[in-house]
Design a binder for this molecule. Sequence first.
Ligand code: NAD
Length: 364
Amino acid sequence: METLHVETETKQYPVFIGNEIITDLSPFIKELKPVVTSVLILSDKTVSALYMDNVIEALQGLDLPVHTFVVPNGDGEKSFSNYYNSLTFALENGLDRNSLILALGGGMIGDLAGFVAGTYMRGIRFIQIPTTLLAHDSAVGGKTGINHPLGKNMVGVFHQPEAVFYSINFLDTLPLTELRSGFAEVIKHALIQDEEFYNYLKEEISDLSDIQLENLSHILKKGISIKAEVVSQDEKEKGLRAILNFGHTLGHAIESESGYGTISHGDAVAIGMRFALKLSEELGNTNLHYKEISNWLKQFNYPGVPFQLDAMRLLSAMKRDKKSTSGHVKMVLLEAIGQPYVKEVSDSILLDALQKFLLTDKEQ
Ligand SMILES: NC(=O)c1ccc[n+]([C@@H]2O[C@H](COP(=O)([O-])OP(=O)(O)OC[C@H]3O[C@@H](n4cnc5c(N)ncnc54)[C@H](O)[C@@H]3O)[C@@H](O)[C@H]2O)c1
């Protein structure tokens, strides 16, 4: 088992990564102060069917009331109604301020359960138990929340977990499309912060369906370390943390305009990263080998921009993004691999770049 440490202004917590580490959950919970009075495991249908029993079994030595609440799966379920229903369930089952929530699932559950924990009785403790590759990103850093029909992740709070338990064996059942989605965030971390890691990925990973345990473990550790480092310097996104949005400005626009859940988060981010790379080259007069990176991404079958979306519609959605200020879009761009910067880009430049990008993207 490997332990990483996340240190933010408000909290320090461990991230445990390893095979079958869920067995270490009980001893960790036992040590928490104040003493935990009850546990609520929040999960989605698919993950619950696969791993809920493992987690319940791992809690048996605790002698605590353990409740489970399961929502349907899919990003559309990061909703007001599931948030409300989870709170109602928690109240009906007598969760108090010393109860603990376990978020068992991917980023959707992590965000929803974290938001429930962050707001129930003005905030109770929670632990992330990620089950997707993408969650190496979402489980660390304390951003929690739900979607509003008018925008993704528009309602939420910063609420750091007590710990993250990454039991790698839980990823065994992850469909290839979900691995690909998570891998996009891994690539993002490499591109914004670590050229050596990017080269490692390019050399070592060519087929996600055949990813070796040691590679997966290395990828998780590297990705989490990068995320943890950024978050430790800027917990509440006052500056540096914005670089984590590389690929997300267009990515979020694609997700919301296609309808949440229609395209996976990582697939949308992969398109957004390609666009950001192209724009970086155009505006920065740099050579980021857009074509080479783009071809490498294609190897994993990341999709192109959905056909029904045009440049004007995407621009409007980008302007609604909460990272835009007074309707101006801020893009995370790269000077070189590992050297990101944030730039406000005018509507006319963006529209032009989007039109060109869509044209070539749909031609490919
Ligand atoms: N809070 C943050 O900092 C942050 C960062 C990035 C992404 N996110 C959010 O994360 C979400 C996306 O996360 P995700 O891709 O993990 O999505 P997800 O949680 O919806 O999981 C994707 C699908 O995989 C299934 N699944 C999960 N684990 C599985 C397993 N081990 N075996 C089989 N199936 C499994 C789920 O049931 C679901 O159908 C988005 O809502 C995004 O906004 C949050």
